[in-house]
Design a protein around this ligand. Structure first.
Ligand code: F6P
Length: 319
């Protein structure tokens, strides 16, 4: 049974360990692994080839994805999805592992409504915005990149008595911001999922400054689009010289952490085992309360990820 792996959408650290495990494990099972290069764009273009052990030698510690990824606009059109499906058939691929996030799973859901497929999606996104799974490949590495940056920013902020507004990634989801704010002890965290009471915070911060507070660390989630506004507020209303740092795409890079490598291995082995036994599977791997499982893709894409209220409860409350 020829099985293929594809990366789709934003890359995340941990894709390479998943790719390596996929190739090694499929061979171990006596089957042939294939790569689909360049994401869904590559699937449309028929960029498909047999994978070898040599292709995946020495990649486990590398961020990014050796088979590349893409955000495909063409895949929104039926005629290209049909070509993509036909390319899978032509290559004789009977099962597909899809490393991707919400957008990629929507694309696969659409494709599976139109054509008979056998695939397993593996949640791979630093945003951690996939319904039904506690975490995704890439999240832990991104959190550690942010932690490292925040530890450094605190050094300079405290030396200069400044406020720092640090923007972290998360298209619509404040998970990275919330966990980073909690674990770095930031004074302020602005995320799409929670209201921020500016007047209460203002009163609180001013009182603390009078009592000797010399710097402020504020984490803003990209999805709020409030970075500049909050910086102006800190400078004008709170009265502290303020700088902005947008961490940007460094959060998507770097050597995957042990947790992300293990998650990649666990998800991939289970996905391959499942595909070898199924003919028409449209599922997504998940981990919930430490237990691995699978959900139907419709269930995953039909529901919106919600940040754990207990996590929000751990944020610094300025009241
Ligand atoms: O989905 C991951 C992510 O990094 C988001 O956090 C961010 O909004 C987006 O991708 C950036 O996308 P691009 O790499 O296309 O600029």
């Amino acid at each position: 049974m020829p099985l293929a792996i594809i990366c789709s959408g934003g890359d995340a650290p941990g894709m390479n360990p998943a790719i390596k495990k996929f190739v090694d494990y499929v061979y171990e099972k006596g089957e042939t692994p294939y790569f689909i290069y360049n994401g869904l764009e590559g699937l449309i273009d028929g960029d498909i080839d047999v994978a070898t052990h040599k292709d995946v030698a020495g990649i486990v510690h590398r961020g990014g994805a050796i088979i590349r990824s893409s955000r495909s606009k063409r895949f929104y059109e039926y005629e290209y999805r049909k070509i993509a499906y036909e390319n899978l058939k032509k290559s004789g691929i009977t099962g597909l592992v899809v490393l991707g996030g919400d957008g990629s799973f929507r694309a696969m859901d659409k494709l599976s409504e139109e054509f008979e497929l056998n695939f397993v999606g593996i949640p791979t996104t630093i945003d951690n915005d996939i319904y039904g799974t506690d975490t995704c490949i890439g999240v832990d590495t991104a959190l550690n990149v942010i932690r490292d940056a925040l530890d450094k920013i605190r050094d300079t902020a405290s030396t200069f008595s400044r406020a720092f507004v640090v923007e972290v990634m998360g298209r619509e989801c404040g998970y990275l911001a919330a966990v980073s704010a909690i674990t770095s002890g930031a004074e302020i965290c602005i995320i799409p999922e929670a209201d921020f009471n500016r007047s209460v915070a203002q009163e609180h911060l001013k009182r603390e400054i009078e009592e000797g507070r010399s710097y402020i660390l504020c984490i803003v989630s990209e999805g709020t689009r409030m970075t500049n506004e909050i910086a102006q507020w800190l400078e004008k209303e709170i009265g502290m010289e303020t700088r902005i740092t947008v961490l940007g795409h460094i959060q998507r890079g770097g050597s995957p952490t042990v947790n992300d490598r293990m998650l990649a291995f666990e998800f991939t082995v289970r996905a391959v085992d499942h595909l070898l036994q199924s003919h028409n599977s449209n599922k997504v791997m998940v981990i919930e309360n430490g237990r691995y499982g699978m959900k139907e893709i419709e269930e995953v894409v039909e529901h919106r990820y919600r940040i754990d209220p207990e996590l929000l409860g751990m944020l610094n409350r300025l009241d």
